[in-house]
Structures are given as C-alpha cells and as structure tokens.
Design a protein around this ligand. Sequence first.
Ligand code: ADP
Ligand code: MG
Length: 399
Amino acid sequence: MAQGFDKLTLNDLEVRSRRVFVRVDFNVPLRDGVVSDDTRIVASLPTLRHLVEKGARVVLASHLGRPKGVDPSQSLRPAALCLAARIGKPVAFASDCIGPVPLAAVAALADGEILLLENLRFHPEEEKNDDDFARALASLADIYVNDAFGSAHRAHASTEGITRHLPRCAAGLLMEKELAYLGNAVEAPMRPFVAILGGSKISGKIDVIRNLLQKVDRLLIGGAMMFTFLRARDHATGRSLVEEDRIPLAKSLLDGDGAEKIVLPIDTRVARSVDGSDAGMMTSIHAIPPDRFGVDIGTESIRRFVQEIERARTVLWNGPMGIFEVPAYAEGTLAVARALAAATSNGATTIIGGGDSAAAANLAGVVSAVSHVSTGGGASLEFLEGKTLPGVAALHARR
Ligand code: ADP
Ligand code: MG
C-alpha cells in the first residue's frame, strides 16, 4: 500500500469556521519582486478551493529560499498577490509567522477567507524543528493540513513538529495525489514498468537506482550518468562528465541483481564544447573521440528508449537525457518527453519527477499530456529511494 493512504485526508475533516493551518510549498522563483513561475501556487489550488468552499479560515505557511534570518528580498508577500489573482479572492498577509501579528490577523479571518504568513525560514527554529516554535505555529489554528509534498522529506517545525500540537493533521489533495501516483507506481505498477533515469550525477541517484531495480521491468539510463556506466564497461568516454569514484559502484550495479533490466545507450551525441557553439555529431559508444563531450543520447538509443516506453504500462522518468538547456542537445530529452505523452494517450500511467525533468516536460509541451508531474524534486527522489518521508509519517492515521 502506498505511503499516505492510511492518513487523514481533507474529506475526513469538518472545517467550517475552523482555523486550518495549511503547509503549502510556495517556494517559488521571484524576479523583481514578482513570482516568475507560479506552478507550485497553482498546484495548491485544489486544496485551497476545497477549504474556502467549505468555509474554513485558511492560514497558509511556506518557506521561500534559504534566508539567513529576516530578508525582505525573500518575502512571501509576492506569493499572496499571485495566489489572490489565481484564486480570485483577496489573500491577507501577515508580516511574521508567529506572535501577535499573525494571531491578530487570524482572529480577523471570516469563514472562507485566506491569510498567508511570512516566510517560515525567517526563523531559524523552523529548520531546527524547535518545539516552542512548532507550538507557536500551532496556536494559530485548530486543524493542520500538509499539502507541501516538496518539503515532506524534511522534519521541520511546520512539517513535523506542529503535528504534535494539533488534534487533527491531514494530507492535502496535492500531497495525496503525489503519494498516490508515486506510491502506486512503485508498489503496484501495471506492467511492463519502465523507469528512465538521467540527469547530471549518478551519486545523487544511487539509492533510487538500487530501489527501482527491484521494482521495474526495465531501467533506461541516459544523461551524464550514462558515462559513468560506460566507463564501468571499459568504454572510453572522452571529456564526458564521469564520476570517477562511482565507477566501481556502477560496475557493481551492472554485475548485480537485476542488471539484465538496465538498458544503456548504444550511441551518443558528442560535441567539442558544451555551450552549443558546436552542435556535435552522433557516434557509437565504442568510438567516443577523446576530445569530445557526450551531450545527449544518440539516434539509435532514442529509438530503443521510445520503443521501451511505447510498450510500457507504467513509466517513471527522472532526469534529462542530455544537456537539454542547449537546443542542439535536447533531442533525446524531448523525444522521451513526447514518448511519455504518447504512452499516456495509449493508456499508460506516466510520471515525471525532478525539477529539471519537469522543466523539460514544459519545454516539450507535454505537462498536461502525461499522468502526473511531481512538484517535489528532493522529496520525490527520497520517496523513490524507498525512504519514509517525515512530513507524511507525522500525519495522523485515519481511525
Ligand atoms: P532532475 O532535476 O530532473 O532530477 P538533475 O538535476 O539530476 O535532474 O539533472 C539535470 C541536469 O543534468 C541538467 O542541467 C542537464 O544539463 C544535466 N545533464 C544531462 N545530461 C548531461 C550530460 N551528458 N552532460 C552534462 N550534464 C548533463
Ligand atoms: Mg535538478
């Protein structure tokens, strides 16, 4: 059973006229004091609309960036404006997240009204999971809802500590959806189940590879991490990004249990530099020139990967196939993204995790054509490693 399904959810709560503290993930990029990408705010709308419609008094809290103490450039105020525009009603803002300012602001809320608190991380106690700070946050509300999947892998005061001080602690709709998609994919996938892993480093994803190898039918490897695997197979990789100290580990994966499930690229695009000034050329993995960088998977590999994705009934993708930020090196990544979209329309469940992969999906225009794009980079990776997420574990069980 997927993590989270035995937890309280919004439907278990009686929220009318109650103060509901909702931990959201409004860790959005700002440019000139304006939210420049509101994907995460939009992702929270189903939960917020539900609570507003049910007449809750909604108190929102989030972190933004990594401020050292109070830092006006990392204020959440722009997020309040952005949310107000998206949800179509005013969003009040409290210039602090604990103490008399938010207490007064919460007391002024009528049923169905929304208040956003200032950046939780203006207080170092948030990340320390300080119990007094958690209690101060809890004093603003009657009920707790966690909809910040992207922060659930951290045991902080607003994701973990606070759940000790409120009687009902439930998962929001986004949290539930993330856990349902990722959990079902890993624990009860329709088969064939194909995972595609890429991105820059094998080191950050070793435990994901290990865990997924036990679950999938095929594991396709692209991105820079392919070159560490190729070195483990004694291929020359030119100037491609290789984690020398991880070559033995790649070797042990290629020789260990489930190794027959691993599909490595058979060709690659190589270029003289990585900045796009050289569009590069295709080469077999047996003939990578010593002075070139591997920047993308090659044509034949794309064909093979797309075939595997077409056959799959569950597809999980994390990590771009190449340096997709450079248009000349984006072919493999875009092809994988489109293959996921095509598989979805043929009935497969398709899931994209990872911040850069989500950006690539956006670039390919497939965000609404796949089953689910996870909003939680680090959290989705830890989930796929098979770890328990403290922010999920802390939610209260349904009785
Ligand atoms: P995600 O955020 O989806 O988990 P990662 O952060 O692991 O993905 O990796 C994304 C980065 O990997 C991108 O910036 C991309 O340019 C880089 N990358 C992919 N392939 C290569 C390659 N062959 N050489 C160098 N960098 C690569
Ligand atoms: Mg990334």
